[in-house]
Design a protein around this ligand. Structure first.
Ligand SMILES: Cc1cc2nc3c(=O)[nH]c(=O)nc-3n(C[C@H](O)[C@H](O)[C@H](O)COP(=O)(O)OP(=O)(O)OC[C@H]3O[C@@H](n4cnc5c(N)ncnc54)[C@H](O)[C@@H]3O)c2cc1C
Length: 459
């Protein structure tokens, strides 16, 4: 009899895992892999909507090529020619301070002329190399920033990065877990600046064209028709193994394997991979392991509403430049930031249109999901109209609601994670592979999926 592997959840973690397992067991008729997804479409957070000649991203705008795994997945799927790189002018990013947009400095001279920082703040930056490395693995991102660079640099640069990646609060996220690279650079080199410079020099040596970027920042990539194209290609390739509209309700142990009950039927798995978000896994794993279920249920997520507003270019007093802007917590704005997708990737809108992608909410605004669609659009419009001379109405609008957008690697999470890892270790053929373990970026999800496939107990 053939062995059954079941994957629950068809976001990028589950889909990439399916791809890696199919590769691993190619030609093995004794191993069958099936993926169960609750929605009538796969992709999870990754979803692109095409409407009125505009591609709107519900979730991620792109992925970085500073790691290889997502790029490798795209190459495996034959999507190399469909890849698009961010326009070099999109390197310009802005920070909103007291309602004024300031370009994020990209060079020492730009840093010197960055107005919101005092002379003292600027003098302090190179002195970071002289500060002793920290010893507290529980340090928050904010504490780390203030210790090494002072309050203003932390407020204007680190805090917005936390918002941009996690929709989170720098005062709550644990540096070691949320930004392991930064933590490791400080631990290894004694200084973040020293670590960044030396890593960049080391990585740029011997890189060939087309290889993953040597810069720790990397280059942002997407696909001609948006990020959804990646998941569509995966679904097309593995259509026979993907079961949509299958809501998993409970999981139980049966002998050495698992029974999985969905709203429609019952499956059996010799090996089970759970790739759904922590709160949903918590609900259906209650019977299998009540302790694990409780720990998963405690992981906090930031809510996020993403509003897309598209105007005729002719209605704008001036065309905004660059990637977009982020708004630091000190500005007390429920708008986290605004992206200009058409400036980043080609073909996102018709040439005569301009799209704003307004991110509203984050962990500091837990009630954002109580707003109506009209209220959210109004909030987005208010944000744009106070900055850009907009004379005219939108051509089209989009709204994506994510009540549980991104898991928060906060202080409590550190304890939860240890408990979760311990509980999972009780079952040799049971795995959790999702963005609440091992990183939230697409690259993190795809590389964790690759590692999980390698560990498959059915090898
Ligand atoms: C607004 C936003 C912008 C982002 N921007 C970026 C970016 O630019 N770059 C980047 O690298 N990352 C970005 N991220 C993060 C990244 O997109 C996510 O971390 C990643 O896509 C998560 O993938 P996942 O498969 O782990 O989870 P998910 O995408 O959440 O997928 C989980 C899947 O499980 C399914 N599921 C849940 N419960 C059940 C059940 N009971 N039965 C069956 N199926 C179930 C869900 O329907 C879903 O399809 C962004 C995230 C958000 C929200």
């Amino acid at each position: 009899m053939s062995k059954q592997i079941i994957i629950i959840g068809g976001g990028i973690s589950g889909l990439a895992l399916l791809h890696n397992l199919k590769k691993k067991f190619v030609g093995r008729s004794d191993v069958q892999v099936h993926l169960l997804e609750q929605n009538t479409y796969a992709g999870g957070t990754i979803r692109t909507k095409y409407q009125n000649k505009c591609y709107f991203e519900y979730g991620p705008e792109g992925f970085l090529n500073n790691k290889e795994s997502a790029l490798k997945l795209a190459q495996d799927l034959g999507l190399e020619d469909e890849l698009v790189g961010a326009n070099p002018t999109a390197k310009k990013r802005y920070i909103s301070i007291k309602n004024e947009l300031h370009q994020v400095p990209m060079s020492p001279s730009e840093l010197l002329s960055f107005k919101p920082l005092s002379l003292l703040d600027k003098v302090r930056i190179p002195l970071e190399m002289l500060i002793r490395k920290g010893k507290d693995p529980k340090e928050t991102v904010y504490e780390f920033g203030v210790r090494r660079f002072g309050e203003n640099i932390t407020n204007y640069f680190l805090d917005p990065i936390v918002k941009g990646i996690y929709g989170g609060d720098a005062k709550k996220l644990n540096l070691r877990l949320a930004f392991p690279k930064i933590y490791e650079l400080e631990q290894e080199y004694g200084s973040l600046l020293k670590g960044l410079i030396l890593t960049m020099l080391k990585n740029s040596k011997g890189k060939k064209k087309g290889e993953a970027s040597g810069s720790p920042m990397g280059k942002l990539l997407s696909f001609r028709q948006g990020m959804g194209q990646l998941c569509e290609a995966l679904v097309k390739q593995y259509e026979d193994c993907i079961h949509l509209d299958e809501v998993v309700e409970s999981v139980d142990r049966v002998g050495e394997g698992f029974s999985i009950v969905t709203q429609k039927m019952k499956y059996f798995a010799d090996e089970l991979f759970v790739c759904s978000p922590a709160h949903s896994a918590s609900a259906f794993l209650k019977t299998l392991d009540p302790v694990l279920s409780e720990l998963l249920g405690k992981i906090q997520y930031a809510p996020m509403a993403v509003v897309g507003l598209v105007y005729p270019k002719a209605a704008l007093g001036h065309i905004p430049q660059g990637f977009g802007y982020l708004i630091p917590s000190s500005e007390k704005s429920e708008v986290q930031g605004v992206l200009f997708p058409g400036n980043v990737f080609p073909g996102r809108t018709a040439d005569d249109l301009f799209m704003f992608r307004v991110m509203i909410g984050g962990s500091s605004y837990p009630d954002i999901m109580k707003r109506t669609k009209d209220e959210l659009v109004e909030t987005a419009e208010y944000e744009l109209k106070k900055r850009f001379a907009i004379n005219g109405r939108t051509v089209t609008e989009f709204l994506a609601l994510w009540p549980n957008a991104i898991p928060q690697y906060d202080q409590e999470y550190a304890y939860l994670k240890d408990g979760i890892v311990y509980e999972v270790s009780k079952f040799p053929n049971f795995h959790l592979v999702a963005n609440y373990l091992g990183g939230v970026s697409i690259n993190d999800c795809t590389s964790n999926a690759q590692a999980a496939a390698e560990k498959s107990a059915l090898a």
